[in-house]
Design a protein around this ligand. Structure first.
Ligand SMILES: [Zn+2]
Length: 117
């Protein structure tokens, strides 16, 4: 998943990718601190694991929505409207389900803190 932290210098949000799904795994992977260079101002940021947070990726909704609209437009030319309406409810629910799954994972990550002394 993608994790986020704020730069201590410019307060901008930075992100990095990890295979860790919770802070314990992240601590195992990275140690008690995240040491990353801020992508906005270049400062090397040292952040405690507990200050790193997860959030669902909004792009799933945006890309899913756009693909849904495109697919609808294409289908509109070929299938009767009643089938289109049924197909649409499936097409548009997929990105929402994917987003909700991410949201669950993100809040599970955010809830559990590690003891980092
Ligand atoms: Zn910065």
């Amino acid at each position: 998943m993608t994790l986020y932290y704020y730069c201590s210098s410019c307060q901008k949000e930075n992100s990095f990718k990890t295979t860790a799904t919770n802070r314990f795994e992240l601590q195992k992977e990275r140690g008690s601190f995240i040491n990353e260079r801020c992508k906005k101002c270049g400062t090397v940021v040292k952040r405690r694991i507990n200050r790193v947070h997860a959030k669902p990726n909004i792009w799933i909704l945006i890309i899913g929505g756009v693909l849904g609209i495109l697919l609808t437009a294409i289908l509109f030319l070929f299938v009767p409207i009643i089938i289109l309406v049924l197909a649409n409810s499936v097409v548009f629910s997929i990105p929402f389900i994917a987003w909700r799954e991410q949201d669950k994972k993100a809040s599970a990550f955010n809830k559990v803190m590690v003891s980092d002394g």
